[in-house]
Design a protein around this ligand. Sequence first.
Ligand code: ADP
Ligand code: MG
Length: 352
Amino acid sequence: MTTLRRNGRKMKNRILAFAALLLLSLLHACEKPQQKLETEFIDLFDTVSQVVGYAADYKEFSTFTKQLHEALLEYHKLYDIYNSYEDVNNLKTINDNAGKSPVKVDKRIVELIIFSKKMHSQTNGLVNIALGPVLKIWHDFRTLAAENPNEAAIPEIELLKQANEYTNIEDVLVDEAASTVFLRYEGMSLDVGAIAKGYALERVCEAFEQAGYKSILINLGGNVRAMGAGQNDKPFRVGIKNPLGGKFLNIIAVRDCSLVSSGGYERYYMFNGRRYHHIIDPNTLCPSDYFEAVSVLCRDSALADALSTAIFIMDYESGLALINSLEGVEALWVMHSGEVKYSDGFKAFIVS
Ligand code: ADP
Ligand code: MG
């Protein structure tokens, strides 16, 4: 389905060595038939990821995937809110220092936060990385229910409201020049789950693309990113999962594109016969209930990730208006009835 190849543009840093290796093996590959190769990562962003590519041999492919994995792992560590790592300040360090002091961080954190602030205003505050205190409560209730389903419960609204006192994105203070981030009040915390996977994937793919790579398809836990097109320059074919079960909803044909889905059907717990999932509407402080799932299709996987979370927590009309206001962005919505609605341009990508 994919071909791992380069277009000979200038390369930088460690990608250089890798690319040189790849060039050698691709020269060799002219004589050898290419084979479809796949690999899986299980230690990135608490999810399972797949990479598909075509290469002359496994060595060539594994050299590429090793570099890809290393790059994504760096982002994973920087954006981790649960674990600390030696010699690096990450989002957990920022959260641990809320109300105490600014934390000097890698510029990849500063850039993620600046992008997230932009998405906050573009989505009327629906996607808010400062919602950490509220999300943590739901996370704890979900964890408890998973460990002991008989003790499943939902948080008191008062508890959620108290936590919501500490979720103002304006109190996330970024000093770009000094490369520091400061959460103004103790009790604040960042949760970048709605954006980080897509953002990290976009930055890493961008670097590989600048180094000349294309024809690779990556699925980082439901965030799909196509670098270039597939084998013989034919578009990649990507299946969109049906949240109600059964076969794919649709197969779409894409090149240089991202597809990101959000839904309430994978991470949830049951209480009193109702499903409580992990995407929280900041207006109600509870899981949103508009759709089974949504998907966003556009070039930039960071934008697609943020928008897919956003349109999952707004009604169809508002979501459609937001999608239509953006150039090159399409979406689909799966209603509870199973009906699927599409933005005007989406159907052009559907092959079946
Ligand atoms: P997934 O992480 O399952 O791919 P999303 O991209 O939609 O799905 O992100 C969901 C995650 O985003 C949640 O697990 C939580 O960490 C965070 N989150 C939930 N609701 C919001 C919200 N309103 N604003 C910002 N982040 C949120
Ligand atoms: Mg998202």
